[in-house]
Each structure stands twice: as C-alpha cells, then as structure tokens.
Design a binder for this molecule. Structure first.
Ligand SMILES: NC(=O)c1ccc[n+]([C@@H]2O[C@H](COP(=O)([O-])OP(=O)(O)OC[C@H]3O[C@@H](n4cnc5c(N)ncnc54)[C@H](OP(=O)(O)O)[C@@H]3O)[C@@H](O)[C@H]2O)c1
Length: 325
C-alpha cells in the first residue's frame, strides 16, 4: 500500500468506508462480526483511512468502529462527520453545523469511537443557517484543544471551501467522485488544488455498480436506499449497467476486477486523492486494497475518461435538497 498526504495528514491511497456495515445498503447491521474482521483485515493490508459519521445508523456505525478499533487506534487515521444530527433541535437528518451542536456532536463521537481524538472531522453537509466561518471557527477550537486533528468538508461548493479555509485550513474535502460521478472536476477540484486541500472520493464504486456485481435491483433488501435512487431505476439502470459492462471489458484486458479498475482510474487522477470504497466483507476489502497495484496505460485511462457519466441523478430529491450545488 502506498501513502499520500491530504495536506498535512498522511493516509493510505485506498481507505475504507464503514457506512454500509451499519447503514443504507443490503445486509447492513446483519453481520457485525464480519464487519469487524473486515476492519482488521484492512489494517493488516496497510489501509489507514477509515471513514464513518454520527448519522450512520445513527450512531451504530461509530459504535461498531469503536469496538473494531479497540487496541488498534494508533494504526488508523479516523474520520467522522457532524452536522446531520441536530442534537438540541429535531434530531437525525436535520442540518445543524452551529458551534453548540458541534460541541455536543464531538463528545458523542469520541465516546462511541472510544478515543480521545478524531483525526479528520468533516462537516457532513453545508448548513445554510450557519455561516461557514462559525463552523470553521468551532472546529478550530476543537483542534486547539486536541480533540480533533484536521478539518474537512463534505459536498461543499467552491465558495464555501474558500470561506472555511480562510478561517481554519481545510485538510480534505469528501465528495462523490467516480467514473459515474464527475461533477466536481469543473469547479471544485481546481479550488482544492489551488489551496492544497486533499480529495476523498466517496462512493468510488458507484455505490457498488462499477464492480459489475449489481445486475438487478431485486438483489437489494427492502430498506436498501438504492431502491429509490434515480440511477438504479428504470431506463437509467439499464444504461448504467451498459457502462459498468464497458468497465468490465477493460478490466478483463488488464487482468483486474472492474472495481479495481474504477479505483485505479481515480488514483490516476492525482496524488492528492484517497478514495474510500465501502465494504463489509473481508474478501472485498482485499480486492479493493489491491487496486493500488493496478496500473492503467494512458490509452486505457483515456478510454475510461471518455465514458459518459452515469444516467440519472446520484441523489433522490430529498437528498439533493441538502447539497450545495
Ligand atoms: N460524505 C458523504 O456524504 C458520503 C456519502 C456516501 C458514502 N460516504 C462514505 O463513502 C464510503 C464509500 O461509499 P459507498 O459505500 O456509498 O459506495 P461504494 O464504495 O461506491 O460502494 C459500496 C457498495 O459496493 C459493494 N462493494 C464494495 N467492494 C466491492 C467489491 N470488491 N465487489 C463487489 N461489491 C463491492 C459494497 O457491498 P458490501 O458492503 O456488501 O461488500 C456496497 O454495496 C461509505 O462507506 C461512507 O463512509 C460518504
């Protein structure tokens, strides 16, 4: 495993997204023992960047990681997120990045994760009711107190990134980025490069579809959120299957899996990019971590880059309302 720097923070090129172990996807929360083995295997393979959020569950994903990382905390660059639970307000799925809410959130996350510091603390979504300067200032105080090492933003637009960074340097922005979702390339990525901020692509496997293993939504549990996702419905789904098949054809040429090719393409976009593929299976974390060794030729990269993005919005309407676009 190679390592890169997201600003000052050294992380493995390939991280591990823990969300699906407890939340959102088929099988979430059904096999915590395998999820914990997956975290342990990731660490053995040199994966250091592990990603969670208080909203995943809510809370159960952080609790699971707290159990998994017992005695192993020093091997991990632990990232979590605040701002989608309003503790004094209406609870989960309500934007609140006010300083008082961040204070409450951080204490809960530290306790659940069983640690005295969070390595990378992201605002999960921009809160239109709190000036980003106040949020950045509040995280800056936590950094001064040693409870947090570095500040991150998720799905923030270029102006918010600049304003936050002017108050408290931003170490990384976490946004969706993959062969399916390339929206950040035009306006966000140039700002990150100008300000020396790292990028952590989430859903780098197109929520599973780029691995070629999703062939029908009948594979999904009733509560799998992809069932309502525009990319996984109707004609969009068929078009996206065809795209995934093109990635598979190239992967066959390379002698890698489609998921590895999707990750290798992301790694080739720059040394300031550390994707966090999500899995709760040991075999898959092994496969994903090995993407670090897959090399694509310039011609193969070009073929991948010229694929059209996925059909359909990557969010439902309700989710999209929380995005800064
Ligand atoms: N900041 C944000 O707003 C935000 C939003 C979404 C996600 N995230 C973070 O980003 C992480 C990754 O994103 P994601 O989980 O949404 O999407 P993803 O990494 O694109 O895909 C995850 C899906 O792919 C499957 N999968 C993973 N590796 C596989 C492999 N080698 N072969 C076949 N299937 C494989 C997983 O299934 P199994 O788990 O069953 O293996 C899961 O269903 C999350 O865990 C979370 O930490 C952040």
């Amino acid at each position: 495993m190679r390592y890169i720097k997201l600003r000052e923070l050294e992380v493995s090129r390939i991280g591990l997204g823990a969300m699906g172990m407890s939340h959102g996807y088929t099988g979430s929360g059904t096999d915590d023992a395998e999820s914990i083995r997956t975290v342990h295997r990731a660490l053995e393979l040199g994966v250091t960047l592990i990603d969670t959020a208080e909203i995943y569950g809510p809370y159960t994903n952080e609790e699971l990681l707290g159990r998994a990382l017992k005695g192993r905390r020093d091997k991990v660059v632990l990232a979590t997120k605040f701002g989608l639970v309003s503790h004094a307000g209406d609870g989960a799925w309500n934007l609140d990045s006010g300083p008082a809410n961040i204070r409450t959130a951080v204490e809960g996350s530290l306790k659940r994760l069983g640690t005295d510091h969070i390595d990378l603390y992201y605002q999960h979504r921009v809160d239109p009711n709190t000036p980003i300067e106040e949020t950045a200032g509040a995280v800056g105080e936590l950094i001064a107190e040693g409870k947090v090492r570095a500040f991150g933003l998720s799905e923030a637009g270029p102006d918010t990134i600049r304003r936050a960074h002017a108050v408290q340097p931003v170490t990384a922005v976490q946004s969706e980025y993959s062969l399916f979702t390339r929206g950040i390339e035009e306006r966000v990525l140039p700002v990150l490069r100008e300000l020396n901020i790292g990028l952590v692509p989430f859903s780098p496997l197109g929520r599973g579809m780029l691995t070629g293993t999703v062939r029908s939504t009948d594979q999904f549990d009733e509560n799998d959120f992809r069932r309502d996702n525009p990319r996984f419905t109707g004609e969009n789904f068929q078009r996206n299957l065809a795209l995934a098949d093109e990635v598979k054809a190239l992967a066959d040429e390379v002698g890698a899996t489609p998921g590895q090719v999707a990750l290798a393409w992301l790694l080739a976009q720059g040394d300031d990019i550390a994707p966090i593929p999500g899995t709760k299976h040991v075999a898959r974390v092994e496969e994903n971590a090995a993407a670090d060794t897959v090399t694509l030729t310039a011609e193969q990269l070009e073929r991948l880059s010229s694929l059209p993005p996925a059909a359909g919005d990557t969010h439902t309407e309700a989710q999209a309302r929380m995005l800064e676009r």
